[in-house]
Ligand binder design. Structure first.
Ligand SMILES: Cc1cc2nc3c(=O)[nH]c(=O)nc-3n(C[C@H](O)[C@H](O)[C@H](O)COP(=O)(O)OP(=O)(O)OC[C@H]3O[C@@H](n4cnc5c(N)ncnc54)[C@H](O)[C@@H]3O)c2cc1C
Length: 473
């Protein structure tokens, strides 16, 4: 084992969170080292294949702090740690200015508020993964260049396996670099390794009884290393049971043209989701992210079918960006279509009588304004609840697509990792998708993977620089 102590800061992971932390620390005069498990020049990670929409809780990221706080609080329903809400609301706009100063370009991606700040060049309106030369790829290459200009270093092919601790303080890491295990000491460590979505064991423990039945709608580089290492060092883990993701066609698990789009969310929230018995199993009105979480938690996450009528199919299912109508067919996978519900049940293998009965009960609740009395109840304040009454009828077998996990290492507003008593662990910081406390909760609140990564990456870099300045003084 060799030793190396030339760096003021070691960052675990070279996604947006890690590079933002390293670049900001380098700007402030530190010499950071980023250890990145990926070996390629353009190593794959969620930041590289991202959709590129910088938003705050699906609202414009450029709104003032008070409005941003309101949007995050509304989404979170009291789950998020208040100091993290404040930190995100206060620093979201500034983080976009900072990215622009690094040379990152943004465009308006569409008319709705959340699309105001989208990485350029935007994602191609095509099926399957096309990330080379698109926004996330340019983002990481630009930040890597800025880091090199400021005397920072990225070491690729370096997978961190353990944190080095001394009397409760984090003093470095142990990394596998090729055949070698290297011990690298540093006054500060930032964990930014991107969550645990691709680790079947952690997903089974916290999210779904059958992780193999979820679609990995991600780069599969988030293997929970940081979360395990931080927990072993005494860090608290929070909100581990939720993920950001979408409802996808069931074949997306094996057909790369069916993820990350088309998403079936718009059809699910304007129709119903039934199990193999033809019965509703979740609250469709909470939105696509919540529906995907509920499907993943079922004993069999491959048991659901989304049903709607022609009003929903020609309305919300067509109006959504890359929605199922007509994009499922364009991706080579048709929805089942029939003139009656009985024919539809027969066609997709659901009990004929039961599907009709489920729709009758649902339509009755819509007509009488009693959606809350259904079992399970249906929320109706976010998406219009439409009767399923107008032929033709449509069915799509679905699965849950997991993009990134929302929970993880508890942090404070300076991105310091916290122990079980909410005290900072000296020397240990965390940022991005490996952290918890902001997103998730009962409604799987989504505040934005990119905004979380850049804001807490910046805050981590600044906190480490402040710590270094205090130690120097
Ligand atoms: C298809 C897709 C579309 C998305 N669209 C959007 C969007 O439009 N808007 C939005 O807000 N969010 C979006 N997201 C989510 C967002 O991209 C991520 O939440 C964000 O990029 C996470 O950044 P990160 O730096 O925390 O993690 P990552 O980008 O995942 O980076 C973590 C890095 O750590 C490395 N690593 C892992 N383990 C180790 C280890 N042990 N040692 C060293 N390195 C390690 C990995 O290789 C990886 O490079 C999308 C994600 C996907 C997959």
């Amino acid at each position: 084992m060799s030793n190396d102590a030339r760096h003021d800061l070691v960052v675990i992971g070279g996604g947006l969170a890690g590079l933002a932390a390293a670049c900001r620390a380098a700007e402030l005069g530190l010499r950071p080292l980023v250890l990145e498990a990926g070996e390629d020049d353009r190593y794959i990670c969620n930041s590289r294949i991202t959709g590129g929409i910088f938003h705050v809780a699906m609202h414009d990221i450029r709104v003032d702090t008070a409005e941003a706080r309101r949007h995050i609080e509304n989404a979170s329903c009291g789950f998020a740690r208040p100091e993290l809400v404040e930190a995100l609301a206060e620093n979201a706009g500034r983080s976009i200015d900072w990215l622009r100063r690094q040379g990152i370009r943004f465009i308006r991606g569409g008319p709705t508020p959340e699309l105001g700040t989208v990485l350029a060049p935007p994602r191609l309106q095509q099926f399957g993964m096309h990330w080379k030369g698109r926004g996330g790829d340019v983002l990481l290459r630009t930040l890597s260049d800025r880091l090199a200009e400021n005397d920072g270093t990225i070491m690729r092919g370096a997978r961190v396996r353990a944190l080095l601790m001394d009397s409760g303080r984090c003093i470095g890491v142990e990394a596998e670099i090729g055949e070698e295990v290297r011990r690298i000491e540093s006054a500060a460590i930032v964990v930014a390794d991107g969550g645990f979505q691709a680790d079947a064991e952690l997903v089974r423990q916290h999210i779904s009884p059958a992780p193999e039945k979820l679609c990995q709608r991600n780069a599969e580089t988030g293997r929970g290393d940081g979360i395990r290492m931080a927990a072993a060092a005494g860090a608290k883990l929070v909100g581990m049971d939720s993920f950001y993701g979408h409802v996808l066609h069931r074949d997306a698990r094996t057909n790369g043209r069916l993820w990350p789009h088309p998403m079936i969310d718009s059809m699910a929230v304007s129709g119903i989701v039934v199990d193999r018995e033809g019965r509703r199993v979740l609250d469709e009105g909470l939105g696509g992210v919540s529906v995907a979480n509920a499907i993943a938690r079922l004993a069999d996450p491959l048991s659901c079918t989304v049903i709607c009528d022609s009003v929903a199919w020609r309305g919300p299912a067509r109006d959504a960006i890359l929605g199922p109508n007509p994009n499922l067919a364009k991706a080579g996978c048709e929805a089942a279509v029939t003139n009656t519900l009985d024919e539809l049940a027969d066609k997709v293998g659901l009990p004929v009588g039961q599907l009709g009965e489920t729709v009758r009960l649902y339509n009755d609740a819509v007509a009488r304004g009693r959606l809350h009395a259904l079992d399970p109840p249906r929320t109706s304040d976010r998406f219009p609840s439409l009767a399923i009454a107008e032929a033709q009828y449509f069915a799509v077998p679905v699965c849950a697509g997991i993009t990134y996990t929302m929970g993880g290492i508890a942090i404070d507003a300076c991105a310091r990792a916290l122990d079980e008593n909410d005290r900072p662990i000296p020397g240990l910081f965390a940022a991005g998708a490996t952290t918890g406390g902001l997103e998730g909760g009962p409604n799987s609140a989504y505040t934005g993977g990119l905004s979380k990564a850049v804001v807490f990456g910046l805050l981590a870099g600044e906190a480490v620089a402040a710590q270094a300045a205090r130690q120097a003084a």
